[in-house]
Design a binder for this molecule. Structure first.
Ligand code: F6R
Length: 606
């Protein structure tokens, strides 16, 4: 949430900062700004996108040191004034910041009482004024930043420059990620490796409480007590190509289309054909420990939570361990009972979602055993958990999650197989699941091939003001994810309900203006689901059915037929047509598909 880029080296900073911000724009996109240092600070910032910023940055905007930001508003509306970077009153210090300074009101009041004039409504500007004061009293920018951060309560990832020390950038992290990029006689920093991979693949992740000083010839990192820390650079697997649209019109369509490969990568090297088990070495658990859990509790936010519901179902069915999923954002606030016999599973594509991270930290504080299902390698959640499963789905750039959703569901199938095979899941059932998993990529290809038909259906259904999504048991989380995708990218109101609950209230909404997308797999609940379709149509509601065959009677207006897998794995496939439906609805309605209004990827605030 919000993007930060910083550069120091021999080149002009502005083009590097603008390019980096473009790559981070998915993290926040209501305003953007850059500042470079060249005999004083030169600042440009605007309400709008990075492209709007690029228009107001002059060609001769020279300076070998600079910082930039793309914003998702928390304190103050999106405006030119509230855009970052923020400068101190004497124009000496510039700061960009992700996160929330909780005691900003108090700090601001003290500064105002001392006669400091504020130029914005943001919490960040407080930092600029405080660092400027400290810079006057301290020998180094590093000391000035450290001293200021001691006064601050809240979360931050910051980058700071000082007009009077034009060769260095100071960055610090507490709850909001900062990654350093190591170049040839140049250094970079950013809130995400996406902004760095064009220039370097050697990176260093800062830990919470750490601060770093970057100069063209290298960097030093320090713990909160100013002790120098030794950090080993990591090599990032992903290169700049992974962040391009690859010829697709939108990142979202690219990411939907990549799913045969991404789920193949998630299972690669993890399936054992001999014993019909899944190898998940990253869990760091032996068979005895794996057998010892009495419950599984899954936490995540948004789509990650819905994939957790699919996961809970898989674990109950295949491993026969009671399992349930809960939004991490709720879990962390209700003082949960942490049980030593429960395996906790935290899910996060970005590995940065603050609510999920805070829930993991609460669990660990209470002695819970937590594993992660995470896409971003080396991210905060990945580093916090006791072990886990990386998705290897590659970077997900579009704000709406698609390939990470299916890869997470697949990772749960692997986990369920793993837990099941140390318990009572028979080798024959293990083989059935392994074979089913192997069939998934080809079956996803078959669904993708129906893109044109689904685009036509999307045009037809997107005309309505709202849509209902229903499913039973395995189909219910699929319905929830389908409704989530539709509402977030097309802004069409969408509600998801268990099909069984329809008659307990929401049936009142059904009529010609409220079509229903019904998830109807060929499972033991088929007849029940078909009865629900009849009830909807009897009330004048249109039905778009997603399932494995056309119903015998005319119970649906339209049907998307998809290939059948094992009943436990079908939810993964049933999700794909709903992603395409949402995508094409958003395109038909002329929405900003990859950057839907009001949202941002990686929600690093509470
Ligand atoms: C929906 C979506 C969000 C995320 C949620 C958690 O398409 O992308 O609901 O799933 O914000 O994000 P991660 O997985 O990064 O923790």
């Amino acid at each position: 949430m919000c993007g930060i880029v910083a550069y120091v080296g021999p080149k002009d900073a502005a083009p590097i900062l603008l390019e980096g911000l473009q790559r981070l724009e998915y993290r926040g996109y209501d305003s953007a700004g850059v500042v470079v240092s060249n005999r004083g600070l030169k600042l440009r910032k605007v309400k709008g996108r990075v492209a709007d910023l690029a228009k107001v940055v002059p060609v001769r905007f020279k300076g070998n040191l600079g910082i930039g930001h793309t914003r998702w508003a928390t304190h103050g509306v999106p405006s030119d004034e509230n855009a970052h970077p923020h400068l101190s009153a004497d124009q000496r210090i510039a700061v960009v910041h992700n996160g929330i300074i909780e005691n900003a009101g108090e700090l601001r009041a003290k500064l105002v009482a001392d006669g400091v004039a504020f130029a914005s409504e943001t919490d960040t500007e407080v930092l600029a004024h405080l660092i400027a004061r400290a810079a006057d009293e301290n020998d180094t920018l590093e000391e000035a930043v450290r001293k200021t951060l001691k006064l601050v309560v809240g979360t931050y990832g910051i980058a700071v420059i000082d007009a009077e020390r034009p060769g260095e950038v100071v960055v610090a992290r507490n709850g909001s990620p900062i990654v350093l990029g190591i170049g040839e006689k140049e250094m970079f920093a950013a809130s995400d490796v996406a902004a760095l991979v064009r220039y370097t693949r050697q990176v260093v992740h800062l830990e919470d409480g750490e601060l770093a000083v970057l100069k063209a010839d290298g960097f030093h990192t320090f713990a909160s007590d100013a002790r120098e820390t030794a950090k080993e650079p990591l090599t990032v697997d992903w290169d700049a190509g992974h962040y391009d649209t690859g010829g697709y019109e939108h990142y979202l369509l690219k990411e939907i289309s990549e799913q045969p490969e991404t789920i193949t990568r998630t299972m690669s090297g993890r399936l054992d054909e001999r014993f019909h088990v899944a190898h998940l070495g990253g869990l760091n658990m032996d068979a005895r420990e794996t057998r010892s859990f009495r419950r599984v509790k899954i936490i995540g936010c948004g789509s990650a939570y819905y994939s957790g519901q699919i996961g809970a179902q898989l674990i109950e069915e295949l491993a026969r361990i009671p399992a349930d999923a809960e939004p991490a954002s709720e879990f962390r606030y209700r003082n949960p009972v942490v049980d030593p016999n429960t395996l906790y599973v935290a899910i996060s594509q970005s590995g940065e979602t603050y609510d999920t991270l805070a829930a993991v930290q609460e669990l660990k504080r209470k002695g819970g055993r937590v594993i992660g299902i995470v896409n971003a390698v080396g991210s905060a959640i990945a580093r916090e958990v006791d072990g886990g499963i990386y998705l290897h789905a590659g970077p997900e750039v579009s704000v709406a999650s698609t390939k990470a959703f299916t890869s997470t569901s697949l990772a749960f199938a692997l986990l369920a197989l793993h837990l099941g095979r140390v318990r009572d899941l028979s080798p024959a059932d293990g083989r059935r699941v392994v074979d089913g998993l192997r069939r998934l990529p080809g079956q996803i290809e078959e669904i993708l091939a129906q893109g044109d038909k689904i685009a036509e259906l999307a045009q037809k259904y997107a005309k309505h003001p709202g849509m209902m999504f229903v499913g039973r048991v395995r189909g219910y989380p699929v319905a929830r994810e389908g409704a989530q995708k539709l509402k977030e990218i097309s802004y069409v109101h969408a509600e998801a309900y268990p099909a069984s609950e329809l008659k307990h209230g929401p049936l009142a909404l059904i009529g010609p203006d409220m079509p229903t997308v019904a998830i109807v797999p060929d499972d033991e609940l088929l007849d029940k689901n078909l009865t629900t379709l009849g009830e909807i149509r009897a009330r004048g509601g249109q039905v778009l059915m997603v399932g494995h065959r056309e119903p015998a009677a005319k119970l649906a207006d339209d049907v998307i037929v998809i290939p059948k897998n094992e009943i436990e794995l079908d939810p993964i496939l049933l999700t794909i047509p709903l992603q395409l439906l949402a995508y094409h609805a958003a395109v038909a309605l002329g929405r900003d598909v990859d950057k839907p209004r009001n949202l941002a990827k990686s929600v690093t605030v509470e």
